[in-house]
Design a binder for this molecule. Sequence first.
Ligand code: GLN
Length: 493
Amino acid sequence: MSVRLENASLKALSTALAAREVSAVELATLFLDRIERLNPSFNAFITLDRDKTLDQAARMDARRAAGETGPLLGIPLAHKDIFCTEGWLTTCGSKMLSNFVSPYDATVVARLKAAGMVTLGKLNMDEFAMGSSNETSHFGPVRNPWDTNRVPGGSSGGSAAAVAARLAPVVTGTDTGGSIRQPASLCGLTGLKPTYGLCSRYGMIAFASSLDQAGPMAKSAEDCAWLLSAMAGFDERDSTSLAHPAEDYARDLDQPLAGLRIGLPREFFGPGMDDDVRVAVEAALAQYRALGATTVNISLPNSGLSVPAYYVIAPAEASSNLSRFDGVRYGHRAAEYADLVDMYSKTRAEGFGAEVKRRILIGTYVLSHGYYDAYYLKAQKIRRLIASDFTEAFKVCDLIASPASPSVAFRFGEKSADPVQMYLSDIYTISTNLAGLPGMSLPCGFGQANLPNPMPVGLQLIGPWFGEAKMLNAAHQYQLATDWHTRAPEGVL
Ligand code: GLN
């Protein structure tokens, strides 16, 4: 093989496995050894279990020996610790679930297992997926492999760091307001948040149910297409799952981009974006024009309201979803208490971190009698306006482009004292979730402000509902013409 296996595409790994050049056990061993050596610098994993992983890999080799084939058979991956995984600790980054071993697999996990993928371990994340920097995890912060003094983004920061450090070829993530796209951007990866309802939420620990979506994070758009094809699909156990026909997202990657209309929202190119991000994003748009696309100016007039609307709706749903963690049903229970109510309150006081408590308080407040209309109902109306803005915009363009994040990866502590500054990290990603649309981030250059460690910049593409194939095609064509997505942090290869 010309490429090293730890840096190979899924296609190359698949070919090597099919040709019996490498076995699933050998591949899993290679990644487990890398994790053992490199993970202490990044803290990307919460749980590892070498025996379980190698046992599963051996079963995949046996399936192949028995004649089974399949593009993903024997390829390892790791899951964000928000996905229930049978027999594995599933913590959601929280003390509350620090002793919770899931009795069943999330549908996404089950689908990837059925496709033959091997679980390397469970990935660190912001507590209950609330955060943009991975600083809220009970298991300590994740470090960005491009500069370990900087955050990897969040909440899927462990997922992003694992792929950036080549500790897993691909990973799962979840995105409620940007948690796949922002860490992908900050770590130089390609990550995709699908249309709401495309991937099952069954067994994915709920943060804000009307916004949460699972998606792939990988080095390239092609790898995302491979993983998404196996993750997506209707699930009768998720009442918000959509009965969309199965698609092979890798099928249309080679379409030329001539005639593609890319909308540039005025509101996403104004002040607030760092200069080094702007330079890289403008260069990416020039590249798209060179590939035959045209850019058109559009407007999303209500997008300025997306962060405030999100920080009413998401905490409201979270306050309801997190009421199940009461010391009775799952996980942590306070050791000493006077009576039942005292047990609930001590358990929750001990089990949840500060950011989670802040969200529960905000959510409880905006849902309370007397404030419901003023906050929650109002936010839902704004949400509808934001979705209509996109519907209008997609009348004149096929995809929308913007930066994924207003800045490159920031330093630890830089934003954690000021929640509003932290919340603004998702200013370009949140409206996509409010509208249920698919979005992705792909590497488009490096910010030059942090020399000698230039940090990755991500371009966001947003598609119409079920526009995943179109987005992936546009991302793949860009990646054929550029090599940003092939760069790896110094010292990992
Ligand atoms: N950063 C946002 C938040 O803290 C988004 C998180 C996410 O997408 N899970 O809510």
